[in-house]
Design a binder for this molecule. Structure first.
Ligand SMILES: Nc1ncnc2c1ncn2[C@@H]1O[C@H](COP(=O)(O)OP(=O)(O)OP(=O)(O)O)[C@@H](O)[C@H]1O
Ligand SMILES: [Mg+2]
Length: 381
C-alpha cells in the first residue's frame, strides 16, 4: 500500500519525453531539500513500464503527450501496470476537459507545467497519494464485502431454487408465490454482486484474461444457447446469422460470452414481445464485427453519451421493472478493450438499437491455441 511519507525519500517516477522539461521538473523538486524526493526519469511509456517492473514508486508524474502513447492510452498502461500507484498528470494545456477526463480515467491529480513550482508539485503529489490511499481502502472494502455476500447469497438462491423446482409439493400457492419472488430477487442480487466484483477487478487491474484463439462460430452458438431461456421470458427470439468457420479471434471465451450475454439481455429487455433479436458476425475492415440488433424502444439521444459508463440507466423506472444495475455496458467496454477491440452502438428512437464490438481477426495461418506475444501482453495488462 502506498502511504503518505512525511519523512524524506518519496520515490517519484517522472514520465516526460521532453528532456529539458524533465530536467526542469527534477531541478524544481530538488528545491525541497536533499533527498526529500528521489526521482527516476522515463522518456516514454515503454521506459516507464520497465522502471515500474524493476522499482517501487510512491507517486507518478505523467506527461500526456508521449511518443509511444496517444491521449490517455499511456495513463491506461501505467494504471494497468501499477494499479495502486497515485498519478499526477502534467500537461502544457490549460483545458478543463482534459483535467476532468484525466481524473475520470484514474489519475488522482492534474498540474499545468507552467504552474509546476515546488509548492504546487508537492501539494499535487500529497493530494494524489492521499486520494489513492482512500480509493485503495474503498476498493478493498467493496471487494471484501461483495465476496462475503456472494457465498450466503448463492446458498439462499440454491435453496429457494430447490423449493421452486422440486420441493414444492404440499406448499400452498400463496407461499409459492412469495418463494418465487424471493428466488427472482436473489437472482438479481447475485447478478449485481457479480457485476460489482467485476468492476472492482477491472478498476484494480486484477481482471485476468485467459486468452486463446477461439472460432467465433463456437462462441456465438454458446452465447445463443446461454441466453435464449432469458429471452424466452420476454417472448423474444434470438436469431444468429451464419459465421464463417475461419473467423478466429484471440479472446478469453467466457469473458466474450459475458459481453454478448449483456448485449443480448439488454436487447431482450428493451424489445417488444414477439420480436426478434439479430446476432450478426461480419468482416469489418479486416476485423470481426459482432453486432446485436433489436427492434425495440431505442435509446433517446440525450442518453447516448452515458452509455458504457458506470451505473447509467436511461429510465430508472423502466429499468427497475426489467432488472439490472446499469453496470453491464461499462464492464463490456472494459473487457473488449482489454482484449484489443472496440465497442459501439447506433440507435433510433422507436426503431431499435444495435450494439457491436470489433475484434482483430487472427490470421488463418496461425495455429489454434497459439497466442501471439501481443496477446500475451494483453493478458498481463
Ligand atoms: N438494446 C437496448 N435498448 C434500449 N436501451 C438500452 C439497450 N441497451 C442498453 N440500454 C440502456 O442502457 C442502460 C445501461 O445498460 P447496461 O447493460 O449497462 O445496464 P443494465 O442492463 O440496466 O444493468 P446490468 O447490465 O448491470 O444488469 C440500460 O439500463 C438502458 O437504459
Ligand atoms: Mg445490461
Amino acid at each position: 500500500m502506498y502511504r503518505l511519507q512525511e519523512a524524506s525519500g518519496l520515490r517519484i517516477l517522472l514520465i516526460e519525453d521532453s528532456k529539458p522539461e524533465a530536467l526542469y521538473i527534477e531541478r524544481t523538486l530538488t528545491q525541497a531539500g536533499p533527498n526529500v524526493y528521489r526521482v527516476k526519469k522515463a522518456y516514454s511509456i515503454a521506459q516507464a513500464a520497465a522502471l515500474l517492473q524493476a522499482h517501487e514508486f510512491d507517486v507518478g508524474l505523467l506527461d500526456l503527450g508521449l511518443p509511444d502513447s496517444i491521449g490517455f492510452s499511456g495513463l491506461n498502461t501505467i494504471i494497468n501496470l501499477a494499479p495502486k500507484l497515485p498519478v499526477v498528470i502534467l500537461t502544457g494545456m490549460n483545458d478543463p476537459e482534459i483535467e476532468i477526463t484525466a481524473l475520470e480515467r484514474g489519475a488522482q491529480d492534474y498540474l499545468l507545467k507552467d504552474m509546476a513550482s515546488i509548492s504546487a508539485l508537492s501539494r499535487a503529489m500529497r493530494n494524489a497519494i492521499q486520494r489513492k490511499h482512500i480509493e485503495n481502502m474503498k476498493s478493498e472494502f467493496v471487494s471484501v464485502v461483495s465476496h462475503e455476500l456472494r457465498t450466503p447469497l448463492t446458498s439462499i438462491h440454491g435453496a429457494l431454487g430447490l423449493i421452486e423446482g422440486r420441493l414444492h409439493e404440499g406448499v400452498p400457492e400463496q407461499v409459492m408465490r412469495l418463494i418465487n419472488i424471493a428466488y427472482k430477487n436473489s437472482e438479481r442480487l447475485i447478478a449485481l454482486v457479480n457485476d460489482i466484483v467485476d468492476i472492482e477487478k477491472i478498476d484494480a487491474g486484477r481482471m485476468y484474461f485467459d486468452m486463446r484463439n477461439e472460432p467465433l462460430s463456437d462462441l456465438i452458438r454458446q452465447a445463443v444457447e446461454t441466453n435464449q431461456a432469458y429471452a424466452d421470458k420476454f417472448n423474444v427470439q434470438i436469431t444468429a446469422g451464419p459465421v464463417r468457420k475461419n473467423m478466429v479471434v484471440a479472446v478469453d471465451g467466457s469473458r466474450l460470452i459475458q459481453v454478448l450475454s449483456n448485449f443480448l439481455s439488454n436487447a431482450a429487455k428493451y424489445a417488444e414481445p414477439g420480436q426478434e433479436i439479430l446476432l450478426r458476425v461480419e468482416d469489418h475492415s479486416g476485423q470481426a464485427r459482432v453486432s446485436v440488433r433489436d427492434f425495440g424502444a431505442g435509446i433517446k439521444p440525450e442518453f447516448h453519451p452515458h452509455l458504457f459508463t458506470k451505473f447509467s440507466q436511461a429510465d430508472s423506472a423502466i429499468t427497475r421493472s426489467k432488472g439490472g444495475a446499469g453496470l453491464g455496458l461499462y464492464i463490456c467496454k472494459q473487457i473488449i478493450e482489454h482484449m484489443g477491440g472496440d465497442v459501439g452502438f447506433s440507435s433510433e428512437l422507436g426503431k431499435g438499437s444495435t450494439f457491436w464490438f470489433d475484434l482483430p481477426l487472427v490470421k488463418a495461418d496461425s495455429k489454434a491455441d497459439d497466442v501471439s506475444e501481443d496477446d500475451q501482453r494483453r493478458v498481463a495488462s
